[in-house]
Design a protein around this ligand. Structure first.
Ligand code: UDP
Length: 467
């Protein structure tokens, strides 16, 4: 285990029972039965931050629940200085297809040097180990890590920059398997078993508990007072890290367009809430840029690292008439799940995992991330038609209830654990480069060799899904 960072958050075991009234008896019973078979087995997670961003958010909720199910779940993080995280942020961007310059010093001194330092301190022996995202990826070949080690990729690597992919690819192929959010994110030359597991939110987390308007107003009272926000005005909300891909710029532009086209009867506010993550050095700078872009508009509130984050975020999302998340790159967008769960319609971009959640004209509206006019038009529709907004919100909540709550994700992960620990089992249905894919490849394309081209891979998955 790592002797370096200690998790500042309580990860005390939590019972699965209270989830029954939210996801139903069948789901909870299934989890209980699986966990009986896996009692005492261990699962260790390793990432690069305990706080900030979707991965930390998910682990904070998942570790206690796994412990409650009798699994020995542990969580460690790697340490790095500002320079290391600047380089890994460039990895993150380059893996998502944004061209970045890397010097040999970036790759070997800063990145691998930090990985070697961490590797000296890390000792992990567990039945299953998950290493999250690109920051710690190379640790696999250097640290004392023993078990079935999976790489959990939360981002879209399908268009990864060639140079950085060439650098990281050999490390990836040392893993026992990889988990991706959706099959479209998988670059075709991965030569290890690949699984599809969507992220999920914890409905019992303070952020996600279902509240009424009165409770929401109560949670927001201090913040609204401090920032002079009138709670009676309709709110358009956005919540994310301040980051170029989260496209806060686009949201501000769309809001300005909306204001030009609204009757004076409706006078909305835009509240953008954001935080900075310790593994993301670009946040503060982006925040300042957004302040400049807002240009002192009194209807736009840009908030950074608010107090009582979880209650405040959940309540803001609940209170908002409409939530906007028009990222230009996105893994899944857990915040979209959170907003739908709070019964708020979402205007989301047709990027990454967002279209899995925002079903156009059903749970919100799907747009191109740079189509600000359409974003503004959809904001207007939602503000003007309360009944429509209510219906969309209800559908969104049910969509999340059936697909994206933590117990659904845990079922898949425990299935994976059973599969790895008992080699005789069939691969789980969510393995996306299973042997059946080879068969399909033979059938459709008359050959049996991996890799497929990316286009073929995508169309094959579509066919499977529609079968
Ligand atoms: N978040 C938060 N406070 C903020 C900004 C974001 O609690 O000021 C949370 C948000 O509610 C979500 C997570 O951070 O749970 C972001 O996850 P997502 O998958 O949307 O994006 P990522 O940051 O991982 O790219």
């Amino acid at each position: 285990m790592s002797k370096t960072n200690k998790c500042p958050i309580s990860l005390r075991a939590k019972s699965i029972e209270p989830y029954e009234k939210i996801v139903g008896k069948q789901v909870v019973e299934k989890l209980k039965n699986m966990s009986k078979r896996l009692k005492g087995k261990s699962w260790t997670h390793l990432n690069s931050t305990y706080q900030g961003g979707g991965v930390a958010e998910m682990l904070q909720n998942q570790i206690p629940l796994l412990r409650g199910l009798g699994i020995d779940a542990q969580w460690h993080v790697i340490e790095g200085n500002q320079k290391f995280f600047e380089v890994t942020k460039k990895f993150h961007n380059a893996l998502q297809g944004v061209s970045q310059e890397f010097s040999l010093d970036d790759l070997f001194e800063t990145y691998l040097g930090t990985i070697y330092d961490n590797a000296k301190k890390i000792r992990i022996e567990a039945d299953m180990v998950t290493i999250h995202d690109p920051q710690p990826v190379a640790i696999i070949t250097h640290a004392r890590i023993f078990g079935h080690v999976l790489w959990r990729c939360h981002i879209d690597t399908s268009e990864a920059d060639k140079k950085i992919w060439r650098f990281l690819h050999p490390y990836l192929n040392h893993y026992s398997g990889a988990i991706f959010t959706i099959p479209e994110f998988v670059k075709e030359d991965i030569q290890i078993p690949v699984y599809e597991i969507a992220p999920a939110i914890d409905p019992l987390h303070p952020k996600n508990k279902l509240r009424d308007r009165k409770q929401a107003l109560n949670d927001l009272a201090a913040l609204f007072k401090k920032n002079n926000i009138d709670p009676e005005r309709p709110i358009i909300a956005a919540v994310s890290r301040y980051d170029i891909h989260k496209n806060q710029k686009g949201i501000i532009k769309a809001f300005k367009l909306l204001k030009k086209n609204l009757s004076s009867k409706i006078s909305p506010l835009l509240i953008i809430m954001g935080n900075t993550a310790s593994d993301d050095p670009e946040g503060e700078e982006m925040y300042k840029k957004m302040q400049k872009l807002a240009g002192g508009d009194k209807d736009i509130h840009l908030l950074l690292n608010v107090k009582n984050n979880d209650q405040v975020v959940g309540s803001l999302i609940h209170l908002a008439e409409c939530f906007v998340h028009i990222s230009t790159k996105e893994g899944f967008g857990l915040v979209v799940t959170e907003a739908l769960w709070q019964g708020t319609p979402v205007i989301g971009s047709n990027i990454g995992g967002i279209p899995r959640q925002v079903i156009d004209k059903e749970t919100g509206y799907l747009v191109k991330p740079d189509d600000y006019e359409l974003v503004a038009k959809n904001m207007k529709k939602i503000l003007e038609d309360k009944q429509l907004a209510k219906e969309m919100g209800k559908k969104g909540q049910e969509h999340v209830r059936n697909n994206y709550l933590l117990p659904h994700k845990l079922i898949k992960e425990l299935q994976l654990m059973e599969y790895y620990l008992d080699g005789s089992k069939r691969a789980p249905g969510f393995r996306i480069n299973d042997v059946s894919y080879y068969e399909i490849n033979r059938k459709y394309y008359g050959r049996s060799q991996w890799p497929f081209t990316r286009k073929e891979f995508k169309s094959k998955i579509r066919k499977l899904k529609n079968a």
